[in-house]
Design a protein around this ligand. Structure first.
Ligand code: ADP
Length: 439
């Protein structure tokens, strides 16, 4: 038994012993002695409880009262618990202070939001970037301070895996990247970064590529024209036929490259297509593309089509044509003669529209798949170049799909073939059947 409890029992035993002794010596009054023994014990406990309550009330800094037995242990335990609690609190306060000091020193704006998107804290950079003021904006919903449609939609959709770009509310012409990071239970960090410089650099790069491509177009057209004339000219010695054909092929390659670069920079500059645009007659468009692909492959590959003729799509016809034709021409380019290509346009069970091109060509190794939509990424550069590929086709497809709220999925097995599928959400799907036919 613990010594504290032992001393309590000894104390009680002492009083009971005294009661027994008085009964033996003075013949009676045992009950009185026993009662006084329990009364003294109870009074001691009441007194210790009073001391404990007084100590707890007096605050945590004073020393605990001194006592013996179980009460001594109780005071000691309380004191130890309190000291541990104080130490932990100090440590937490230090961590919070350090966190606030480091986030206050960060060049990016940081705001702490509660479950209702109300601001509970922000750093100096947030003041600089968003023009916040402590006494005015603390407790305000962030959506009422950062009033940009893109940001409101971002908060409504609550897809915080990405950032959203919004115009600075206080500096004209400045662009901010805003990102929400959920943490803890119902708490959010809102990170704000000024990306104006990066955006300007990107614009400069895009404009440079667009201008350079545009400038190259006219000389290439002139060169192409002269080469064609020379190739048709019978007075040119036969020995020049080979070099002229090669020059014409290279000129054609450069023209395709310039056109693809121009197409890409236009896709990057133009505003995205709206879902309420006129429906594009996709079935007709696909038949046209397949016709061109068959002509290009001289009938050496079999192209089968499965098209839902009632299925249209809200979007920009020229861009969709560019994306779909790139996929079909790639299938021709990377399928050996005698191969089979399947082109499908259909509505999926979930209401989304899909354009799928499947081939039994050379396929792509899994390690290349994540990179094939990057500009100029080629699995086999010599094959791509010799078949007229620019290395920009799939980059164009990706951009077009992004602008039409779609996404590109691909599967491929080396030596077995590839499948590229464009998925468009149901809000983009339009029926091409006349109203009367549907009734
Ligand atoms: P390219 O003009 O070189 O075809 P793309 O951007 O269209 O450029 O494609 C990138 C690379 O992806 C190609 O170089 C090729 O290696 C690979 N690729 C694209 N489509 C297919 C396909 N259907 N089968 C096999 N490989 C493909």
């Amino acid at each position: 038994m613990r010594t504290a409890w032992l001393s309590e029992f000894l104390f009680l035993g002492l009083w009971v012993g005294l009661a027994a002794l008085s009964w033996l010596l003075f013949d009676g009054a045992f009950g009185w002695w026993l009662a006084s023994a329990f009364a003294v014990t109870s009074l001691r406990h009441i007194r210790q409880m009073q001391r404990l309550e007084g100590w707890l009330r007096s605050g945590r800094h004073s020393q605990p009262p001194q006592s013996w037995g179980v009460w001594g242990e109780v005071f000691e335990h309380y004191y130890r618990l309190q000291r541990r609690y104080t130490k932990r609190k100090k440590r937490l306060a230090r961590v919070i202070r350090e966190f606030r000091e480091s986030t206050a020193a960060m060049p990016d704006g940081t705001l702490v939001l509660d479950t209702d998107w109300r601001i509970t804290w922000f750093n100096n950079a947030a003041v600089r970037l968003l023009g916040l003021a402590g006494n005015r904006d603390l407790g305000q919903p962030v959506t009422s301070l950062l009033r940009a449609p893109a940001f409101e939609q971002y908060m409504r959709e609550a897809d915080f895996t990405r950032a959203v770009d919004v115009a600075s509310p206080i500096r004209l012409g400045h662009l901010l990247a805003v990102r929400v990071v959920p943490y803890g239970r119902g708490q959010y960090l809102l990170l704000v970064r000024d990306i104006t410089r990066m955006q300007r650099l990107q614009n400069m790069r895009r404009d440079f590529v667009a201008n350079a491509s545009h400038e190259l177009r006219s000389p290439l057209t002139v060169l192409g024209g002269y080469l064609e004339n020379l190739a048709d000219d019978d007075s040119i010695p036969e020995v020049w036929a080979g070099p002229l054909a090669e020059m014409q092929a290279q000129c054609g390659r450069m023209t395709s490259l310039v056109n693809d670069l121009l197409e890409l920079s236009r896709l990057e500059t133009d505003a995205p297509g709206e879902p309420d645009e006129q429906p594009v007659p996709v079935p007709q468009m696909i038949r046209r593309i397949v016709g061109e692909a068959e002509a290009q492959s001289d009938g050496s590959r079999t192209i089968d089509v499965g098209i839902d003729d009632s299925l249209g799509l809200a979007g920009i016809e020229r861009e969709l044509y560019s994306a779909f034709s790139n996929l079909v021409f790639n299938a021709v380019r990377y399928t050996e003669a005698g191969g089979r290509i399947q082109v499908d346009w259909f509505c999926d069970a979930d209401g989304s529209a899909r354009f799928r091109v499947t081939d039994d060509g050379i396929g792509i190794e899994a390690r290349h798949l994540p990179f094939v939509t990057q500009r100029f990424y080629r699995v086999d550069p010599s094959r791509s170049r010799s078949h007229g590929g620019t290395g920009l086709g799939l980059a164009i497809v990706k951009h077009v799909l992004q602008r039409h709220d779609g996404r590109l999925t691909m599967q491929s097995e080396p030596g077995e073939g590839s499948e590229f599928c464009c998925e468009f959400p149901r809000q983009r799907v339009r029926s091409l059947r006349p109203e009367s036919a549907r009734a």
